[in-house]
Structure formats: structure tokens, C-alpha cells
Design a protein around this ligand. Structure first.
Ligand code: ZN
Length: 295
């Protein structure tokens, strides 16, 4: 049932979107972090002995899919992501729908595929606080960038660090939401790399890694490689955002991820973040809607 077990920390592997992996804290107070893995496994654990706490690493719909099955549990999230759990419209806003039709599609995907149900958090998590599960203690590490309230969870006794969607995959970090931040995610990953642990766990992909910080620095390096490819493309002359998106610097040619959502939407949103950052640094200028290298 568990692919990884250390002390009270147990790991339940989930499938692709809208699923993710779950961390199960099996202590005096039992908790699921990101209850989107396996309905049957999660409910079996709860019927054996009640799960007291649901934690969402951040406010994305693929991390709370089965929360509604545990109405008696408390729900804990970081304060900066709390609004998206109160109203589906707040979550849709994060994805910047450009038309009413797109807004409706997002809403349908979130509600029908990811089984979104609004839920008021019972506790708002803060950076640095230590959560007490009995014998297990966990420090909340606020790691914004993917979302403003994204958190990692450092299990102090078991030397395990759950990284949520800082998932160490080959695909690289995601920071395309309206309130996603390239500067913040770089800072968060640098901070993560300084925390000494024996094991990293993540919400997607491989999921289980030795606590070797080179996994984090390699993941961080993907951001730099994207930026270099963008600069290289712009060195060929001024380009529109559409041309830059079509280049597929991050994800290659568009492919559908779920429902209507193809990766060119993510590509465009993330390229915008890189262009903003390069503009701030004075390395790129905009002329008549076209982006070109400065100087
Ligand atoms: Zn996410």
C-alpha cells in the first residue's frame, strides 16, 4: 500500500492529473497532505482510524480531489492560498481565462474532473511554525512561486521533506499562474536546497528521491536553460508573444493535458513571466508589441 515508509511518514502514489501523490502522517493525530491519490486507499485508512487533518500543499485543484470524503477532518492551508478554497471563481482567476467560454471550461474541469468543493480552512499555516502530530513534528516551509501560498513540509524526526509541486521532474518548475512568480520560485528552491534531509518526496512524477540537493539545483537550472533558449531565440530579431509561444521553448509543440487545456496556454503564461523579468533586468525591451534584446 505504501511505496515509502519512514517512522510515521507513509507515501501513497497517485496517477497523473487530476491526481497527485499523498503523504500520510500515521501518528496520534493522523493527517493526509494532498489527498488526491487513491480514493480506496485513503478511505480504507480513515475507516481503520479516523484521519484528523487534511493539509493542502497549495491551492491547486489536483491536490484536494478527495477532501470532501473526509468531512470530519480539519482542513489546513497556507493563508495566501486560502481564497481559492472558498470559491471556485477565485481558482479560475489564477488561470487567467481570456474569454467567458474559457472561464466556463476551466470551471467545468475543476468541478467535474477534480471534484472541487469549496471548503473553509480551519487553520491557516505560517512559515516556520511546527505542526505537532504526536511523536512527529513538521516545520512548515513557505515556498511561494508556483502559487503564493505553496508550502513544503519538513518532518524533523524522520528527516523527510515533502516538496509538493516543486516536484523535481524533468519537465521543470511551473510558475504560469497569474499570481505565480519566477523570482519567488527561484528563491524558494534556493532555500529548499539548504535544508538537510535524507529523503525528498514530491506530489508528481517519480515522487521519492534521496535528500541530495543536486536534485534541487538541477531542477532550478531548468529555469535558467529556458531563459537562455528565449534569449537565443530573440537574438534572431524582434518577436511577438505569439511567435515566442509557438517556438515551444518549454514544452515543445502543443499537446492536450486535460479537457481543452493544451500546454501552449502554460507556455505562453510562463514565457510572459520570463519576458517580464528580462524587462525588469533591462535585458529585453518592447517595441510596438514586439520583444527584442536591449542594446
Ligand atoms: Zn500545483
Amino acid at each position: 500500500m505504501f511505496e515509502f515508509e519512514k517512522g510515521s511518514i507513509k507515501f501513497i502514489r497517485g496517477g497523473k492529473y487530476p491526481h497527485c501523490h499523498t503523504v500520510f502522517v500515521d501518528d496520534e493525530r493522523r493527517a493526509f497532505i494532498d489527498a488526491s491519490s487513491h480514493k480506496d486507499v485513503l478511505t480504507a485508512i480513515d475507516s481503520e482510524r479516523q484521519v484528523d487533518i487534511l493539509i493542502a500543499s497549495h491551492g491547486h485543484e489536483d491536490h484536494t480531489m478527495y477532501n470532501a470524503l473526509f468531512p470530519r477532518a480539519q482542513f489546513w492551508v497556507h493563508e495566501q492560498d486560502a481564497p481559492v478554497f472558498l470559491d471556485v471563481e477565485n481558482l479560475v482567476d489564477c488561470y487567467a481565462p481570456e474569454t467567458e467560454a474559457q472561464r466556463a471550461q476551466w470551471k467545468e474541469l475543476i468541478e467535474k474532473v477534480s471534484l472541487y468543493e469549496p471548503r473553509k480552512p480551519d487553520r491557516l499555516l505560517r512559515d516556520g511554525e511546527v505542526l505537532d502530530f504526536g511523536n512527529t513534528h513538521c516545520r512548515v516551509i513557505h515556498t511561494p512561486g508556483h502559487t503564493p501560498g505553496h508550502c513544503a513540509f519538513h518532518f524533523l524526526e524522520d528527516k523527510v521533506l515533502y516538496l509538493g509541486d516543486l516536484d523535481l521532474t524533468q519537465a521543470g518548475p511551473y510558475y504560469g499562474d497569474v499570481n505565480g512568480s519566477l523570482n519567488d520560485i527561484i528563491e524558494s528552491l534556493n532555500r529548499i536546497a539548504t535544508i538537510e534531509v535524507e529523503t525528498y518526496l514530491t506530489a508528481h512524477g517519480e515522487g521519492i528521491f534521496d535528500g541530495d540537493p543536486s536534485y534541487v539545483t538541477r531542477y532550478l537550472g531548468i529555469i535558467e536553460e529556458r531563459e537562455e533558449r528565449l534569449i537565443d531565440f530573440l537574438s534572431g530579431g524582434a518577436k511577438s508573444l505569439e511567435e515566442i509561444t509557438e517556438q515551444g521553448i518549454i514544452y515543445g509543440p502543443p499537446r492536450v493535458v486535460a479537457g481543452f487545456w493544451d500546454l501552449s496556454l502554460s507556455e505562453k503564461a510562463m514565457m510572459k513571466k520570463h519576458l517580464e523579468r528580462l524587462k525588469e533586468q533591462g535585458r529585453v525591451v518592447v517595441d510596438n508589441g514586439f520583444f527584442l534584446l536591449a542594446g
